[in-house]
Design a protein around this ligand. Structure first.
Ligand code: XMP
Length: 324
C-alpha cells in the first residue's frame, strides 16, 4: 500500500538518524507490536547493530518461542537472544494463587531477568526501541504534557530500564504515530507473516492469568494443549479472524467423569471467545452450537486431564476479558 510504504521509508530514515552507529536493543514479547518494531529496526539498520531479546517465561503458549525465533530470523535478525528463564518465573510463583501477587512476581522477574541479561550481553549502553502505539501515548499523556508513559494500566512492568533510557533520551518509538490496524498494515508492508501480524492479543503475564489459582508446570502443560486445540480449531473452521481474542482458562476445580468403567476426576476448563474493538468492552462470540460441541469433545478426548469444558458467556462489562 502506497501510504504505508511512504510511512515505512520515513520511519526508517528517522530510526537511522536517531540510532547513528549505536547499538539498538529491543525486548520482544512475541506480540504484534514488538515484532513490527523488530522488522522496522532490521529494515533500517545494519543487522549487526540490532539486538533482539526474547524472554521465555515458561508462561507462553505451545510452540510460541520457536515461532518467535523463526519469525525474527526470517526478518534477518542476527543478534537474537532467546533467554530461557522459565525457572526465574515459575519458582517464585510456586504456591501463589492471588492474581495480583502473581502479576507482581512476574513483573519483578521480568525486571530482574532483563537487567541480568543486558549486563551479561554487554548491551547496557544501547538505545532502547519500544513498541509504543499512538493510543498508549494519549492514554498516558493526559495532564503530564507530552512526557508519554508507555505502559497500559495493567501492563505489569514498571520498568526501571525504560525510565532510565527515557531520561537519557535513548528511546526509539517507531510506532508512536500509529493505531493498531496501521501497525498491522506496516507489518504486512515489512513482509512479516500475516499469521503473526493478525494474531489475537496475548497478555504480558501470559498463561499465568489463565490458570486460576496456583500455577504448576503440569497445569501449564495441560492448558497449553487445550489452548492449542481451541485455537487450531478456530483457524480450521475459518472463525479465528472473526474473533478478537480467544483462549482457554484452566479452573482450580476437578469434576467427576467416566472413562470406560471408572470414575475419574478431571480438570474443568472454560473457553473464552469475544469480539471487541479495543478490549475495553467485549461481547461474547456467538458460536454455532455444533462448533462448541465438536471443539469440546476434541479437548476432552485429547487432553487427558481435562474432563469437562464450559463456555464463558459473560460480556465485558460486567466481566473482564481475562478471568483474573
Ligand atoms: P481485561 O481482562 O482487563 O483485558 O478485560 C483487556 C485486555 O488486556 C489484556 N490483559 C493484559 N495485558 N498484562 C497485559 O499485558 C496484563 O496483566 C493483562 N491483563 C489483561 C487482555 O488479554 C485483554 O486483551
Amino acid at each position: 500500500e502506497w501510504n504505508m510504504h511512504m510511512y515505512m521509508e520515513e520511519a526508517a530514515e528517522d530510526i537511522r538518524k536517531q540510532a547513528g552507529s549505536k547499538p539498538v536493543l529491543l525486548l520482544i514479547s512475541g506480540g504484534v507490536d514488538s515484532t513490527v518494531v523488530g522488522g522496522m529496526l532490521l529494515k533500517s539498520l545494519p543487522h549487526d547493530q540490532v539486538h533482539l531479546m526474547y524472554i521465555d517465561t515458561g508462561l507462553m503458549r505451545k510452540n510460541e518461542s520457536v515461532k518467535v525465533e523463526k519469525t525474527l530470523k526470517a526478518l534477518g535478525a542476527t543478534h537474537l537472544h532467546i533467554i530461557h528463564a522459565e525457572k526465574d518465573f515459575l519458582d517464585p510463583l510456586e504456591g501463589v494463587s492471588d492474581p495480583e501477587k502473581k502479576r507482581e512476581i512476574i513483573g519483578d522477574a521480568f525486571i530482574r531477568v532483563q537487567e541480568r541479561e543486558i549486563a551479561r550481553l554487554g548491551v547496557e549502553n544501547s538505545i532502547l526501541a519500544q513498541g509504543t502505539l499512538y493510543t498508549d501515548m494519549i492514554e498516558s499523556g493526559k495532564g503530564v504534557g507530552n512526557k508519554a508513559k508507555v505502559i497500559k494500566s495493567h501492563h505489569n512492568v514498571r520498568s526501571p530500564l525504560v525510565e532510565r533510557k527515557r531520561e537519557q533520551g535513548l528511546i526509539i518509538e517507531p510506532l508512536s504515530k500509529l493505531y493498531k490496524d496501521e501497525v498491522r498494515a506496516l507489518g504486512i508492508e515489512l513482509g512479516i507473516d500475516p499469521d503473526v501480524v493478525n494474531r489475537h492479543p496475548f497478555p504480558g503475564p501470559g498463561l499465568a492469568v489463565r490458570i486460576i489459582g496456583e500455577i504448576t508446570r503440569e497445569k501449564l502443560q495441560i492448558l497449553r494443549e487445550a489452548d492449542h486445540i481451541f485455537i487450531s480449531e478456530l483457524k480450521a473452521r475459518g472463525l479465528y479472524h472473526n474473533i478478537w481474542q480467544a483462549f482457554v482458562v484452566l479452573l482450580p476445580v476437578r469434576s467427576v467423569g467416566v472413562t470406560g468403567d471408572a470414575r475419574e476426576y478431571g480438570y474443568v476448563c472454560s473457553l473464552r471467545a469475544i469480539i471487541s474493538r479495543d478490549g475495553m468492552t467485549a461481547d461474547v462470540y456467538p458460536f454455532e452450537m455444533n462448533d462448541l460441541l465438536e471443539i469440546s469433545s476434541r479437548i476432552t478426548n485429547q487432553v487427558r486431564h481435562i474432563g469437562r469444558v464450559a463456555y464463558d458467556i459473560s460480556s465485558k462489562p460486567p466481566a473482564t476479558i481475562e478471568w483474573e
